[in-house]
Design a protein around this ligand. Structure first.
Ligand SMILES: NC(=O)c1ccc[n+]([C@@H]2O[C@H](COP(=O)([O-])OP(=O)(O)OC[C@H]3O[C@@H](n4cnc5c(N)ncnc54)[C@H](O)[C@@H]3O)[C@@H](O)[C@H]2O)c1
Length: 325
């Protein structure tokens, strides 16, 4: 149960995950207890933050001042550059993802932050990792700057937990699918873009090939998992690097087929680009039995339920826009 003196900081709050996680935290803990921050100003209708401030996570001193000034007790550290953007700007990705995370951990140790959330990713795995039913503990060897930063970030989370007693918790999200906010430069972005194109033009050209199977999750499940992990009893949290997490896996051909159940004339073509090599180095399916066992993880949405809900929500939004125009 939320204590009244809790004040939550969300970094990267304007992103795909931050937009919806911030709203869920505001609902759970009270909108005035949640401070949304990002390097950019909110610009989306879904950004309904009661409290918002610009904060650049690479500026450690400014972050420390901010955290002390606002009496922050909990941090949800979402700000990062994602996999595809990271391959285009490797040094910037390392600076944002790694230095930003170390800034959070250091100030948390200094001021005694009560709880910290760090999102990792299936990108922390690499080409040497078993691709099917990828175990919780296995060979990692990530091949992208993004993946290296997430894997190193997991190890730092584990280190600060055991060395300094910080309550850092983390999930290795699969690709996240949502309709509120556009995705921010990841390799699984196609699984969101495809819905917009299916509704707008009835046609989509996919940047991955037809048979590329990747683990995915609908945003309501990602939010549910995050809140469930953070609200679990300390004694239940056995993994302090990051928990494997999944809902379902599919290929571009399979999601196209699922969309055709609602839009029969939908057509897809394939033009793989540099993101194909990234996807080929990631797991196809994930074993998340440890999360299920330790804190009761269970997804609500399968592929068919996600597709139905995405299309219904995007159609509703389009009809509202048409009504305004
Ligand atoms: N979306 C996914 O499919 C997915 C999957 C696995 C893990 N994750 C992780 O979840 C987190 C959120 O991802 P997302 O999809 O919302 O990403 P996003 O790109 O949509 O949002 C990231 C946000 O971080 C902000 N940001 C960038 N540099 C910053 C800086 N220096 N200071 C402050 N803010 C800065 C950006 O402006 C952006 O709003 C990330 O850590 C990401 O690695 C996402």
């Amino acid at each position: 149960m939320a204590k009244t003196q809790e004040t939550l900081l969300v970094t990267g709050a304007c992103g795909q995950l931050g937009t919806e996680l911030t709203a869920a935290l505001a609902q759970a803990y009270g909108a005035n207890r949640v401070i949304a921050t990002d390097i950019r100003q909110p610009q989306n209708a879904a950004h309904t933050f009661e409290r918002f401030e610009v904060l650049d996570i690479t500026q450690g001193n400014e972050m420390a001042e901010f955290i002390q000034k606002h009496g922050i007790t909990h941090i949800y550290h979402l700000a990062a550059l994602l996999s595809a953007t990271g391959e285009q700007k490797p040094m910037l990705a390392w600076q944002v993802n790694m230095q930003g995370w170390l800034n959070v951990l250091e100030v948390s140790r200094e001021v005694g932050i009560q709880q910290i959330y760090f999102p990792s990713s299936i990108a922390a795995f690499g080409a040497d990792t078993p691709r099917e039913n990828t175990p919780q503990t296995t060979v990692m060897n990530p091949g992208t700057v993004y993946g290296i930063s997430k894997y190193a970030g997991e190890l730092w989370a584990n280190y600060y937990c055991h060395r300094y007693g910080l309550d850092v918790r983390s999930l290795r999200y699969p690709g996240l699918i949502s309709y509120s906010t556009p995705p921010g430069g990841g390799t699984t972005d196609y699984a969101v873009d495809i819905f917009y194109k299916a509704l707008e033009t009835g046609h989509y050209t996919c940047f991955l090939d037809a048979e590329t199977r990747l683990p995915m999750m609908y945003m309501p499940d990602a939010i549910k998992a995050t809140l469930q992990l953070m609200q679990a009893d300390q004694s239940a949290i056995k993994v302090r690097t990051s928990y494997n997490l999944t809902a379902f896996s599919f290929t571009p051909a399979e999601i196209a087929q699922a969309i055709r159940q609602h839009i029969p004339a939908f057509e897809i073509q394939y033009a793989p680009d540099f993101r194909q090599a990234i996807a080929d180095s990631w797991p196809a399916t994930i074993d998340d039995s440890q999360a299920r066992m330790d804190w009761g993880w269970q997804p609500d949405y399968d592929l068919a339920a996600m597709v139905k809900d995405m299309i219904a929500n995007l159609q509703q939004r389009n009809s509202q826009i048409m009504a305004i125009v």
